[in-house]
Design a protein around this ligand. Structure first.
Ligand code: CA
Length: 229
């Protein structure tokens, strides 16, 4: 299980990294909000642990952005901000759990385990369409048994399409759900990524999976379905 800790206080960050690593988790650390956001896009994390008071982008803003970019990844706020209002604001901004400093490491570990269990329950074991298989546990993608390597964003886009297979998805919705952004103008970005995906998915089979619906968006279809859907 991969955990990203965003914490500017080096001593606390090191303590978290050491303690959680000893419990068998793989832990990366970022020391400010911007670095945290960038790091979050590099690796598929199973949990974000965020401090609130951070230089630059604060933990609350970071929480909001991570929540929209990674809707299925649990967020734990770990902060000295301990009023009831702070907790409510943190949870309403998208945190799944909230622990105040100073904290007991045993309690932190118990909460991490609880969030990991919850994520497992939410996440389907396998996502598939025809001969395409995605295993969220290790983020492996295969088509017709052939392994396919995707970038992080390609993976997020593919799993979004798979979770909503046989439904037409507009570019605007896709941008919001996968990138966490709203486009004012064109959505060529999405088209570019769809084309990357189409190329990569051809590895195991020539049969198209992702179809363009003119003026409406995209649809990923099970190969058995008729294209007049
Ligand atoms: Ca801090």
């Amino acid at each position: 299980m991969n955990i990203l800790v965003v914490e500017d206080e080096k001593r606390v960050a090191e303590f978290l990294q050491k303690g959680l690593s000893e419990s068998g988790y793989r832990v990366d650390v970022a020391f400010d909000g911007e670095a945290g956001l960038e790091q979050a896009g590099q690796v598929g994390y199973d949990l974000f642990i965020l401090d609130w008071l951070l230089p630059g982008k604060n933990g609350l803003e970071l929480c909001r952005e991570l929540r929209s970019s990674f809707p299925a990844t649990p967020i734990l706020m770990l902060t000295a901000k301990d009023t009831l209002q702070d907790k409510i604001l943190g949870l309403d901004t998208g945190a799944d759990d909230y622990l105040t400093k100073p904290f007991s490491f045993e309690e932190l570990k118990a909460r991490v385990r609880a969030l990991a269990r919850r994520k497992k329950r939410i996440e389907p074991r396998n996502l598939s369409a025809g001969d395409l298989e995605v295993n969220p546990a290790d983020r492996s993608v295969t088509r017709g048994g052939v392994s396919i390597t995707l970038s992080n964003k390609e993976y997020e886009l593919l799993t979004y399409l798979l979770r909503n297979k046989n439904k037409v998805l507009s570019r605007e919705l896709t941008a919001r759900e996968v990138w966490g952004i709203t486009f004012d103008t064109g959505t060529n970005y999405i088209d570019v990524y769809i084309n990357y995906l189409r190329k990569k998915l051809k590895v195991g089979s020539e049969k198209p999976l992702i179809f363009t619906i003119r003026g409406r968006g995209y649809i990923l279809k099970d190969e058995d379905d008729h294209p007049d859907h």
